[in-house]
Design a protein around this ligand. Structure first.
Ligand code: APR
Ligand code: ZN
Ligand code: ZN
Length: 361
């Protein structure tokens, strides 16, 4: 029998979000219903609300979530009711070209639930990133549920479902940061902060955090930055070079998503170094670089989608490292809030004083 729960929807472009009754169908074949315990507020939710991602209103927002599987449909064998899971937006298909050539972190046929959640009048909802977890319960494809150690708190675990995974993965998966490397991270919000934490985890010897906000630099320091640079006051490229023996960093991670900061990343790396773009640009942004510099400086210019993560590989591992005290995931939870405070959390996001606000149920 379908259930009725409370959830936060974005009704139309730039309209304030509101709580509505959501009808959650019983899971069909390959699907699962998850009782959501915590869900972080991410920029992508705000972009949905602003109409920046698609026009398929109304959206059921929320996608950085953890919870407990309540029921599963036919044919589901990987998870069972009672499992503690982090929801992911890359439930790899196993059949697309990327999957078949052994690169499932590029899967472009990610599974979502086939059935639709609706409002009580039957209006179909579009769940953010195929998840929709600002709701007491949500319907997803079973492959979107990644089982992890239930000793982790849901508020902390859920963040691995998106932004924090993107940042850690930008360092350890895309950037391939290794023991002894020098790393610079430009932009130290939730994503960049996670890139700092990921670089520490990978054994980087020098981690330079760059931001224009001293509050973010202070958090970056707590997460493992060995040096901080306020790029409003100091030339970021010169300072990074100076802090790396005049060479530049082995890996520079751009976690803002702007041409100016990408350009800094490009020139702040050592010859043959790697630039990782994990910040998401907007469609009108353009980048101009002398092609001779692109050639002459060598190395790799990479982008990182979702931290090139493989949820089944990375989520349980990172939760284990967190439980061992080797990865401070708690630092990313600035505040826990109630379901009716999502709109306020969007405002706080603008003011820049949170890494993550997390709705707890
Ligand atoms: N130079 C350095 N830092 C900057 C600059 C700049 N010119 N402009 C902004 N920043 C800093 C902000 O001060 C903030 O600390 O970048 C950080 C951005 O962090 P958040 O707004 O918290 O965003 P976050 O969730 O970390 O996401 C960053 O990654 O996944 C993408 O869509 C996301 O593009 C966004 C980026
Ligand atoms: Zn695939
Ligand atoms: Zn997100």
């Amino acid at each position: 029998m379908a259930q009725e729960v409370r959830g936060v929807i974005a009704p139309g472009k730039n309209e304030p979000v509101r709580i509505e009754t959501i009808v959650v169908p019983d899971p069909g074949p390959g699907e699962a219903v998850v009782r959501v315990q915590a869900c972080g507020v991410c920029h992508t939710d705000l972009h949905y609300k602003q109409g920046g991602i698609s026009d398929d209103f109304p959206f059921l927002l929320g996608h950085e979530a953890a919870g407990v599987v309540e029921s599963v449909g036919d044919g589901v064998t990987d998870v069972a009711p009672g499992d503690f899971v982090i929801l992911n937006w890359r439930a790899v298909c196993g059949q697309c070209r990327a999957c078949l050539r052994g690169r499932p972190w590029y899967c472009f046929n990610t599974h979502n639930a086939k059935q639709k959640m609706t409002l009580t009048d039957g209006t179909e909802l579009s769940p953010a990133l195929g998840i929709g977890a600002f709701a007491e319960k949500t319907l997803v494809a079973a492959g979107q549920c990644t089982k992890v150690d239930p000793a982790a708190s849901p508020a902390v675990a859920g963040l691995l479902g998106c932004g924090v995974m993107a940042g850690i993965g930008a360092a350890i998966n895309t950037g391939n940061v290794g023991r002894g490397d020098s790393v610079a991270v430009i932009g130290c919000g939730g994503v960049g902060g996670a890139a700092v934490a990921g670089s520490r985890l990978a054994g980087a010897a020098r981690i330079i955090a760059v931001d224009i906000d001293d509050r973010k630099l202070a958090t970056a320091k707590a997460l493992g930055a060995t040096h901080t640079v306020n790029s409003r006051e100091t030339d970021a490229v010169e300072k990074i070079r100076e802090l790396t023996g005049g060479f530049g960093a082995d890996v520079v991670i751009e976690a803002v998503g702007r041409p100016e900061t990408y350009q800094q990343a490009f020139y702040a790396r050592d010859l043959a170094g790697t630039v990782v773009l994990v910040g998401v640009p907007t469609p009108e942004m353009k980048l101009e670089l002398p092609l001779l510099d692109v050639f002459g400086r060598g190395g790799a210019l990479k982008s990182s989608w979702y931290g090139d993560c493989l949820p089944s590989r990375d989520f349980p591992m990172l939760i284990d490292l967190y439980l061992q005290g080797r990865l401070d995931l708690e630092a990313f939870v600035t505040e826990t809030i109630q379901l009716d405070e999502v709109e306020k959390a969007f405002e706080r996001m603008h003011e820049g004083d949170v890494l993550r606000s997390v709705v707890v149920f």
